[in-house]
Design a protein around this ligand. Structure first.
Ligand code: SF4
Length: 610
């Protein structure tokens, strides 16, 4: 086996015992690692019991996985998965974290946490040896305070090396908020999926990993050495502009030119506030540029800092998604205030996309008189950073109205609809429990296609969109490969280059068709689990749809009047189902399962069809 160790380290949190899970090479060939391998292992383990598995129970395993490209490809990502408390399926979430490389240097392809601790704990994996320690002293902390204290705790407790990488949760994860993220390096988050809440349920505050060994051997080291150098050169050259601005450039480009940026809970998708742009952020807030993750020649990150009333707020860029969701979507068009909210989300351990989405939903309800001051306890106003910060804290601590909003947009809409006796789901801009990423489809200028979110195996995830052609970088087959590889999408220039890399590492000699079949296999199995869902939400063919808001014409901007049509979406749905081998209800056919080597999961089809 080349490029992998063929084993995962499984820790039973109830006892602290660790044991090795052997993974056959065939599983890697079929699913790579990361998102794909997690989906396979979860489907195999739970099968017909999937519907009964409560994502917010200790029983739900949390998986931190690497892929064949970890450590060998420029840049670094760690895959974080399990059963998602948002979609009730597997969401492949990734975060920039050197934990991935340390895991591989420990002789393992990943770490699986099963069960839960009785009291707050943290985990230190030292070259494959597991230490499970008391985390009472750091429970309740978030952001900077946690980072400082955890490093000294690690030193005192287990003689951990300074700078040992770790992932962690903030107060939101501890409070099982469904929009909580697994955090890394102060401002990085595995946000999609809600796995911060899964860590909180398990009472695991942090996971640190240090490995002293080598990476697994590879098939063709000489070719890799020259390919690595040329990839570094090409990526650095092609991504020059991206290095300068990162995704923050979208704050102006996507908002003004493409008109596909959420504004006030997606009531609009356009703004013309010149200062609310990459230039505005750079001039007013950036104190460091560039900042890179491990081994990355692009270095797209920046560090922002603002001071307000004696408090210091630090975050990364913020990237485009944060600027959109904690800026324009909340009616904030001021770089400093967006940095403040972004820093607060980091501090509390919240996913900025999911949380900014549910906050926008709440403010619109308040604006329409559905939520009242008596219920909320204060006024909710677009662009009012004081009330927005208060609302965000209430969500993280599940206080007042925050208790409902902590369930995320989909569930909050269901709960409030029931309480109010009116259908409020039309204001919920989400798909299958996942708030949509900050790229709209109505102007038709941005990269998502009209069915991108409606048919994604990861709901509204903008980093895993469905589309045509099915086997191309335009579609979810590609994103599934990136998340299973496990590699940063900004450092990959094309599919052929990535395939060459994979073949040099593994020696598999795959062609492009076989390469994309891996992506099809992963999303087909994810789709099966998504269709099973449970226990509190299940998705059928009617849920393969856009949020109702996306059918309303854009009210402002250069694409005023533009929208997408329901008939058009229905036609594209049929076409997508047919091309990917799913039936007219969007259920993978038995023939498709068998053709993809997933025949062992065919018995699940009966349950899905019920
Ligand atoms: S491109 Fe940006 S996000 Fe990706 S690894 Fe490099 S620094 Fe990190």
């Amino acid at each position: 086996m080349k490029g992998f160790w063929g084993r995962l380290l499984e820790v039973d949190l109830a006892t602290g015992a660790a044991h090795v899970l052997e993974i056959p090479e065939k599983a890697y060939r079929m699913f790579l690692g990361g998102r794909g391998l997690a989906t396979y292992l979860l489907a195999k383990k739970y099968g017909e019991k999937w519907r009964l598995l409560d994502p917010l129970s200790p029983e739900n395993p949390l998986m931190l996985l690497t892929g064949p490209l970890t450590g060998y490809y420029p840049g670094v990502k760690l895959s974080v998965t399990g059963k998602s408390p948002q979609s009730n399926s597997v969401v492949g979430s990734v975060v920039s974290s050197e934990v991935a490389v340390e895991l591989k240097a420990s002789g393992f392809d990943g770490l699986v946490l099963k069960g839960g601790c009785e009291k707050p704990c943290y985990i230190y994996v030292e070259n494959g040896r597991v230490h499970l320690r008391d985390a009472s002293d750091i429970w309740g902390l978030g952001g900077l305070k946690l980072i400082k204290k955890f490093h000294s705790l690690l030193k005192e407790d287990v003689n951990g090396e300074p700078g040992t990488p770790f992932v962690y949760i903030g107060p939101a994860g501890e409070n099982r908020v469904r929009t909580a993220a697994v955090m890394s390096k102060l401002a990085h988050a595995a946000g999609y999926g809600g796995y911060g809440a899964v860590m909180g349920v398990k009472k695991v505050k942090a996971i640190a990993v240090k490995g002293y060994g080598s990476l697994p051997s590879i098939y063709d080291p000489e070719s890799l050495s020259s390919l690595f150098r040329s990839t570094l050169r090409n990526v650095r050259e092609r991504m020059k502009r991206f290095r300068q601005w990162g995704t923050t450039e979208g704050t102006w480009y996507t908002g003004y030119y493409l008109s596909s940026m959420p504004v006030r809970n997606w009531q609009e998708e356009w703004h013309d506030v010149k200062n609310f742009s990459h230039v505005g952020f750079e001039l007013e807030t950036w104190v460091k540029n560039p900042w890179a993750d491990w081994g990355c020649p692009v270095a797209c990150m920046k560090l922002s800092l603002v001071k307000r009333e004696g408090e210091v707020y630090v975050t990364d860029n913020p990237d485009y998604e944060m600027a959109a969701y904690l800026g324009s979507n909340l009616g904030v068009f001021n770089p400093k205030e967006t940095v403040l909210l972004s820093s607060l989300a980091d501090e509390l351990g919240l996913c900025g996309i999911q949380t900014g989405n549910v906050m926008g939903f709440a403010i619109e309800l308040y604006e329409k008189g559905v939520l009242t001051r008596d219920e909320v306890g204060y006024e909710l106003k677009w662009g009012d950073v004081e009330c927005l910060a208060r609302l965000m804290r209430d969500i993280a601590y599940r206080r007042g109205i925050g208790e409902v909003l902590a369930e995320g947009t989909y569930r909050a809409a269901r709960i409030l609809s029931e309480q109010k006796g009116v259908d409020l789901t039309r204001y919920a801009v989400q798909v299958k429990g996942i708030a949509v990423g900050a790229h709209g489809v109505r102007s038709r200028r941005d990269y998502p296609q009209p069915i991108s979110y409606a048919l994604s195996a990861q709901g509204g995830d903008h980093t895993s969109v469905a589309g045509f052609p099915v086997d191309s970088t335009e579609s979810e087959t590609w994103y599934a490969i990136l998340d299973s590889g496990v590699v940063c999408m900004f450092t990959v220039l094309d599919d052929k280059g990535l395939l060459e890399y994979l073949n040099i590492i593994t020696g598999w000699g795959l062609n492009l068709n076989e390469f994309y079949s891996i992506g099809r296999r992963i999303i087909t199995l994810q789709r099966l689990l998504l269709s099973l869902g449970g226990p509190d939400a299940e998705w059928g063919v009617k849920d393969d749809d856009n949020p109702p808001r996306f059918y309303e014409p854009l009210p402002t901007g250069p694409y005023r009047g533009s929208s997408i049509g329901r008939d058009e979406v229905e036609e594209l749905k049929k076409k997508y189902y047919a091309e990917i081998g799913w039936d007219e209800r969007g259920i993978p056919t038995e023939e498709t399962l068998r053709a993809l080597g997933l025949g062992e999961f065919a018995p699940l089809l009966n349950q899905v069809r019920e």
